[in-house]
Design a protein around this ligand. Structure first.
Ligand SMILES: Nc1ncnc2c1ncn2[C@@H]1O[C@H](COS(=O)(=O)NC(=O)[C@@H](N)CO)[C@@H](O)[C@H]1O
Length: 419
């Protein structure tokens, strides 16, 4: 969320962000509430001051005045208590509105309502020329017995999967490989739970608004996160980090759970969109400096691209539009990998800069070099998410007889040229 002082000082920019991100938010109502909250705080302070002044003078007052003074002090205290009730309610309403204020989008982001306004900013590698009719990943899996995509549906329902044989080994080795590659870039490897309290989802930005896409554990007042970003955003919640300890760099590994409530009918075949998957997440907490955030954004993209290059998967980098990037983002670049059977690129990575929008919600602060306490900046990016990455991996490296020739980096991991 944005600070109230910032919103008041940058009203036009916030109105523009509300429009460009299609957010139905009444900024007038928020600002009116803010004024009311400030007014109530002033009135309560005055009443408290009055009561304290009376109490201070009580001892030296004339006996016949003490009764009247006592009554006035009591009245001021009662009035203050009554106003505090109103203040608490107004403050709750104000915070609820403030949580829905969008971040100001990157000036270079295409302005548009949804992903159709996204633009390609870079393409790396070129789609393979097969010289034969390529199979899709489901056919390759069935031909090689690399997964059971039908029995498991009886057990766990739709959008679930179980890998078998060498593909099962590949997924686990691939995630360990990605974790080690990001760790080698000075990120601290960390495994986090998907289980988290709702405050963690409020802090990260999934709530309010996306509750219905999130699995809930109602008996325990807990939810299952769709990304390690949820736990990592709240790991340092409430702390004041020393400036020497920034940037905090995490390579987070976790299971991810998503209801995909809004995806009925999309990607129902195979491994592209499932309810439970695994992901290595890159996460940065840095100083509240736009240049530093921009540098980390570029670094996070570079790291993710280096993994795709090593896996010899052709990809393109997308500049995400204001309507598609989501409430908290300042900037979002997706990376889309080539999927031969679809004849198009599909998102496999998502890199975001949020400035202090999350840090304000999670109350992540640091002491800058001048000793001033400020909200930090946060960023996140996918390093690798499986099983989605297996789709371009298998399909791009398939051979005429339905085998998969592994990219060199995986040949060492898997001890052979072929999967
Ligand atoms: N339902 C799903 N099934 C399989 N993979 C998924 C699913 N949802 C997301 N992913 C993978 O997870 C990646 C990141 O998801 S994201 O929502 O776009 N972004 C995040 O979660 C950020 N924290 C960056 O990782 C996606 O690019 C995709 O590769």
């Amino acid at each position: 969320m944005l600070g109230l002082d910032f919103i008041k000082a940058n009203r036009e920019a916030v109105e523009r962000a509300i429009a460009q991100k299609n957010v139905g938010l009444d900024l007038d109502a928020l600002l009116t509430l803010e004024g009311e909250v400030r007014g109530l705080k002033t009135e309560i302070d005055q009443l408290r001051a009055e009561r304290n002044a009376i109490s201070a003078g009580f001892k030296s007052a004339a006996p016949e005045e003490k009764a009247e003074l006592g009554r006035r002090a009591k009245e001021a205290g009662a009035r203050a208590g009554e106003l505090e009730g109103h203040l608490a309610e107004k403050q709750r309403l104000l915070t609820a509105l403030q949580m829905r204020v969008p971040n100001i989008p990157y000036e270079g982001a295409p302005i548009g309502p949804d992903e159709n306004s996204n633009i390609v900013i870079r393409t790396e590698g070129s789609p393979p020329e097969f010289g034969f009719e390529p199979l899709d990943h489901v056919a390759l899996i069935e031909k090689n017995g690399w997964a059971d995509l039908s029995r498991i549906t009886q057990v766990s329902g739709s959008r679930t999967y179980c890998l078998k044989g060498r593909l099962a080994l590949l997924e686990t080795k691939l995630m360990a490989w990605a974790l080690e590659k990001i760790a080698a870039a000075e990120f601290t490897p960390i495994t986090v739970p998907a289980i988290a309290r709702d405050q963690a989802f409020l802090n990260q930005g999934q709530f309010p608004g996306h509750e219905e896409e999130t699995y809930q554990l109602p008996n325990d007042d807990l939810w299952l996160a769709g990304t390690a970003e949820v736990a990592l955003t709240s790991l340092h919640s409430g702390e004041i980090l020393e400036s020497g300890s920034l940037p905090v760099l995490y390579a987070g590994y976790s299971p991810c759970f998503r209801r995909e409530a809004g995806s009925a009918g999309r990607d129902v075949r195979g491994l592209l969109r499932v309810h439970q998957f695994v992901k290595v997440e890159q996460y940065v907490i840095c100083e509240a400096d736009q240049a530093q955030s921009a540098e980390w954004h570029a670094r996070l993209l570079e790291l993710a691209e280096s993994l795709l290059t090593a896996l010899e998967i052709p990809y393109q980098v997308i500049e995400t539009s204001t309507g598609d990037m989501g409430l908290g983002k300042y900037r979002m670049n997706d990376i889309e990998s080539w999927v031969p059977s679809l004849g198009k690129y599909r998102e496999t990575h998502s890199c975001s800069t949020l400035h202090d929008w999350q840090a304000r919600r999670a109350n992540i602060r640091y002491r800058d070099r001048d000793g001033k306490v400020r909200f930090a900046h946060t960023l996140n990016n996918t390093a690798l998410a499986s099983p989605r990455i297996l789709v371009p991996l298998l399909e791009n490296h398939q051979t005429e007889n339905g085998r998969v020739r592994l990219p060199r980096v995986l040949q060492e991991l898997m001890g052979g040229e072929f999967l």
